[in-house]
Design a protein around this ligand. Structure first.
Ligand SMILES: N[C@@H](CCC(=O)N[C@@H](CS)C(=O)NCC(=O)O)C(=O)O
Length: 213
């Protein structure tokens, strides 16, 4: 398998965590977002949205969208699983994953932040308010879900697809200065996950395209 991604991309980071938890071997192909490589004709032929990640399967098929890629990995490599063992917990884990990946992350993506700053002339105060209101608000809703249904991890006592999405989201939130003071459960689970070898392997700083310093 080949994973086309970028070291700091939270959507790529999710997939790297799922691959590492499952112990699936793959080739990592860096796509440099800062150099615009995701807008090249070659890459757009794989991913018409011009977003990372994309996955090329062993049969040469391309799969886009990190959630779809993780579902594909779960179906093609079911052991170990990254879904809980009963239907209601599976639904909860998927709902948390989607809240993080579909409601939080898109509103702090680089192109959105660049548009707000450069085209809408948003001040640094306006940017902070945006980030705390929208991605921060979605994360706070997951905090409430985890408080109700979580265990050592977002759902239960082993990492699931929800944790694959939480860790990159918290990494990005800390990077962009979102106030995570009222997310004690998410911070605790983030620390627990980061201490696991699979999550360490997937960390942005440990990728071949990481920019040091
Ligand atoms: N829904 C997509 C989101 C992918 C996404 O937003 N990728 C970002 C990096 S995390 C990207 O490629 N950004 C490039 C851009 O905004 O121009 C997924 O889950 O795969």
């Amino acid at each position: 398998m080949k994973l086309f991604g970028y070291w700091r991309s939270s959507a790529t980071y999710r997939v790297r965590i799922a691959l590492a938890l499952k112990g699936v071997e793959y080739e990592y192909v860096p796509i440099n977002l800062l150099k615009g490589e995701h807008k090249s004709g070659d890459y757009l032929a794989k991913n018409p949205m011009g977003l990372v990640p994309s996955m090329e399967t062993d049969c040469g098929e391309i799969v886009t969208q990190s959630i779809a890629i993780m579902e594909y990995l779960e179906e093609s490599n079911p052991n170990p699983t990254i879904l809980p063992d009963n239907a209601i917990d599976r639904a909860r884990a998927r709902a948390m994953a989607q809240t993080l990946a579909c409601e939080a992350q898109p509103l702090m993506n680089l192109r959105i932040q660049n548009f707000l700053k450069n085209d809408m002339e948003a001040s640094s105060e306006a940017m902070a308010a945006w980030l705390n209101q929208w991605p921060g608000g979605a994360m706070r809703s997951v905090e409430r879900q985890v408080d109700k249904f979580g265990g050592d991890y977002c759902v239960g006592h082993t990492p699931t697809v929800a944790d694959c999405c939480l860790v990159p989201q918290m990494y990005g939130a800390l990077r962009f200065g979102i106030d995570v003071g009222d997310m004690p459960r998410l911070r605790e689970i983030y620390e627990r996950c980061c201490a696991l070898p699979a999550f360490a392997l997937a960390h942005p700083d440990n990728q071949i395209d990481a920019v040091k310093g």
